[in-house]
Design a protein around this ligand. Sequence first.
Ligand code: ZN
Length: 64
Amino acid sequence: MIFRRKGKSGEVKRHKPTCSFCGKLQGQSGVRLVAGPGVFICSECISLANEILWGHNPPAPASS
Ligand SMILES: [Zn+2]
């Protein structure tokens, strides 16, 4: 069986990747995104996750 996509618009949108966790845009100051399967995570969320994983004090949520 052959499945053919009929969508005429490109499935893969040429969109700037954003962090799937905080929504930061790649290219913002100091923001680097790491791509996962269908998701992105930015450097800030990685360090945040690291702190959580390694048991450091949870940083106060920065609401800038
Ligand atoms: Zn993020």
